[in-house]
Design a binder for this molecule. Structure first.
Ligand code: GRF
Length: 212
């Protein structure tokens, strides 16, 4: 199976997935890294690993659909089976999402359905939540709303601010994202009729839940 990773910045989730592929835990070939930013730090790691990279600057396109169609053409040219959004900061349209239905994953730094969108850590602190976390989910047209595969929680302490909480959550992201990708690559996790299944059994709305 050929996978593509989409990034906009640091790429630490991409690194975790590439390491899992290299270690043979995920039996897939990272065949393309897409970024909408030419200066995304993660591009350096991708290039060092010998993975082809493609930069699509969204400002070069008249609309989101044109941007997505250009990316789709590149992804199809590389025969990609699975798209992994790893900190890709553009909202995608059905132009790209539809052809990759059930074959596109995202990681979001909250316990979805709580806090879709941005500033998740600050919002959790402001709400005086005692736990936060991250969710790996299939991508559907509605933002951050696709069926969850895995969700991991962390405790929020009274000392936490958005920065420290982000660090804690990022650590669990690096565990759950490679695992979710592995399950999808192995065909153990599937999206069927709008629901996520693991080994043929429907998953709960949280996906597999890993507690702090
Ligand atoms: C992560 O917090 C992820 O949950 C969110 O974007 C961030 C990407 O970080 N979607 P990195 O680029 O993988 O380090």
């Amino acid at each position: 199976m050929k996978i593509a990773l989409f990034i906009s910045g640091r790429g630490s989730n991409m690194d975790a997935i590439l390491a899992s592929c290299q270690a043979g835990h995920i039996e897939a070939t990272p065949a393309l890294v897409v970024s909408n930013k030419a200066d995304a730090k993660g591009l350096l790691a991708a290039t060092a690993a010998g993975i082809p990279t493609a930069i699509f600057d969204h400002r070069d396109f008249a609309c989101r659909e044109d941007f997505d169609r250009a990316i789709l053409a590149r992804v199809q040219q590389a025969n990609i089976d699975l798209i992994i959004l790893a900190g890709f900061m553009r909202i995608l349209t059905p132009e790209l999402i539809k052809p990759f239905q059930g074959r596109m994953l995202n990681i979001h730094p909250s316990l979805l359905p709580k806090y879709p969108g941005l500033n998740t850590h600050q919002r959790a602190i402001d709400a005086k939540d005692t736990i936060a976390g991250a969710t790996v989910h299939f991508v559907i047209e509605e933002l951050d709303a696709g069926p969850a595969v895995i969700q991991a929680s962390v405790d929020i302490s009274e000392q936490d601010d958005a920065g420290s909480l982000q660090q804690k959550v990022l650590e669990v992201e690096h565990t759950i994202y490679p695992l979710a990708v592995k399950w999808v690559v192995e065909g153990r996790v599937r999206l069927q009729e709008g629901k996520a299944f693991l080994d043929g059994e429907p998953l709960p709305p949280s996906g597999v839940r890993i507690e702090a």
